[in-house]
Design a protein around this ligand. Structure first.
Ligand code: HEC
Length: 448
């Protein structure tokens, strides 16, 4: 069953530009003491350097860990961006998913990729799981420049704000809108490429984004939704995250307060670069839902997840009736929606799109991710080969939207990076934030 839901419902009236008296979030939180009377920024709190003080994300510094430093007195987990990108990846004897043909054994393929992502990342402490500094099996890397704007990385687990789940999208009982948050990781082959794209911290090179066979990108998506409204979340691994204090607010502003709230694992996204599907796109995308979705079996912990499906192409020209041949959906899972015409999408995702449709637009300058309402969507459901841009004349970022979003954020923040004084930096930051969209890029907000 596919239900079409207006992706901008409830958000359309909200424009960041129209917000009353927007103030830089960090200023409102008292993290930066810049004012007429006190022109020098306060030193960053211990643990992390904040972007607001110019201590990171500049051509000569490391990338920032998060949008804000830990709150004073914080004793819990603190996210460190895994940014020691390697020059080459350690040899892997055999990628575990390579035993399975993604087009014929999609479920087994996806489970093998998940087991690889879990190895060394799942720990007895839920809060310390998926911390690359603690993984003894293999190092995972995070993409830089996801730390800015209204949806930028929070300091506890590096989560960025994602698409809002509308009533009924997650479960029939769901009445409210709920905010979602996520963090993504690349394995070493992917980390090499991220490192090459961002080799010069002052001049990213999107042309270096050609991921080798065996690259894995994986993303954990957490929801603020309650188990009362979304019953299958019962037993889900729960993280604390420094998120918007009102979990039902679909349009946070620069002054919206944040606080540490529990967020529950809802979805796990995986993308694998696999030369065996080079004739369609070169990528296999798959997703899991916690607890198997509505009506799924009871259970708990990281392993209580079920594949929703796998896709390796967009089924160009599909009319909407008949059978998709490049998406496999798990018949045991029943989410209220998947993607356009039954193509794969995750519970958090936009029903008008699909994994490969949205990721196929990854390019610099950024393209339009989701088919605009009222337009023929067929262009968004082609098979775009790895390396080919969505729009003629642009530079493909090989299905990586974190590279696209990161470089777009970098470009947007050049007036901040080049500010001539701490006061000027604050003014420039405020300008960028006032012009930013409260929708996440995954919700169709422009990234340029
Ligand atoms: C409407 C657009 C959209 C759809 C649909 C979508 N994504 Fe993404 N995805 C994004 C954006 C934007 C990012 C980068 C920013 C971020 O991480 O939030 C991203 C990031 C990712 C990443 C991290 C690596 C990268 O490529 O940037 C993975 C892995 C991923 N998505 C997998 C999936 C899977 C699997 C699906 C389908 C189940 C999916 N995505 C559907 C927009 C989308």
């Amino acid at each position: 069953m596919t239900r079409m839901i207006d992706r901008t419902a409830g958000l359309g009236a909200l424009s960041a530009r129209a917000l009353a008296a927007p103030v830089l979030a960090a200023l409102a939180l008292g993290l930066v003491g810049a004012s007429q009377a006190q022109p020098q920024p306060a030193p960053p709190a211990a643990g992390a350097t904040a972007f607001t003080t110019g201590g990171c994300d500049t051509p000569t510094t490391a990338f920032c860990d998060a949008l804000m430093p830990p709150t004073p007195g914080w004793k819990g987990h603190v996210f460190k961006l895994s940014q020691t990108y390697p020059a080459s990846a350690p040899p892997e004897p055999q990628f575990p998913w390579s035993k399975f043909d993604p087009t014929k054994q999609p479920g087994e393929y996806l489970k093998a990729a998940l087991a690889y992502f879990y190895e060394g990342n799942v720990r007895s402490s839920v809060e310390q799981s998926f911390d690359p500094t603690l993984n003894k099996v293999r190092v995972w890397y995070n993409a830089p420049w996801q730390d800015v704007g209204l949806n930028g990385r929070e300091f506890i687990h590096g989560l960025t704000r994602e698409r809002v789940s509308l009533p009924g999208e997650l479960a029939p009982q769901q009445k409210k809108k709920w905010n979602n948050y996520a963090v993504g990781f690349y394995n070493a082959p992917g980390g090499v490429v991220i490192g090459q794209v961002w080799k010069d911290h002052g001049k990213p090179n999107p042309a270096a984004s050609a991921f080798p066979n065996g690259t894995v990108a994986a993303k954990l998506l957490f929801t603020t939704a309650s188990a009362a409204e979304v019953p299958f979340l019962k037993g889900s691994p729960t993280w604390n995250a420094y998120v918007y204090a009102n979990p039902n607010d679909p349009g946070p502003t620069p002054t919206s307060p944040r606080k540490a709230l529990p967020v529950r694992l809802l979805q796990i996204d995986i993308a694998v670069k696999d030369d065996r599907v080079a004739a369609t796109t070169g990528w296999v995308f798959g997703t899991f839902v916690y607890g198997g979705g509505p009506g799924g079996p009871a259970g708990s912990g990281w392993t209580n997840v079920a594949p929703v499906g796998v896709m390796w192409g967009n089924d160009p020209g599909f009319s909407g009736s008949g059978t998709l041949t490049q998406t496999w959906l798990n018949p045991a899972v029943h989410i209220p929606h998947v993607g356009f015409q039954g193509r794969l999408n995750g519970p958090v995702d936009n029903p008008a799109s699909s994994c490969i449709s949205c990721h196929g637009t990854a390019e610099i300058p950024a393209g339009v991710m989701v088919p605009p309402g009222g337009q023929d969507p067929s262009r968004w459901f082609q098979n775009i080969k790895s390396g080919q841009p969505f729009d003629a004349g642009r530079q493909s970022t090989d299905y990586s939207l974190q590279i696209e979003v990161g470089i777009s954020n970098f470009n947007k923040h050049q007036p901040v990076v080049n500010a001539t004084s701490p006061q000027d930096r604050t003014i420039q930051l405020r300008k960028v934030l006032e012009g930013s969209d409260p929708r996440s890029p995954r919700d169709g907000a422009p990234t340029h």
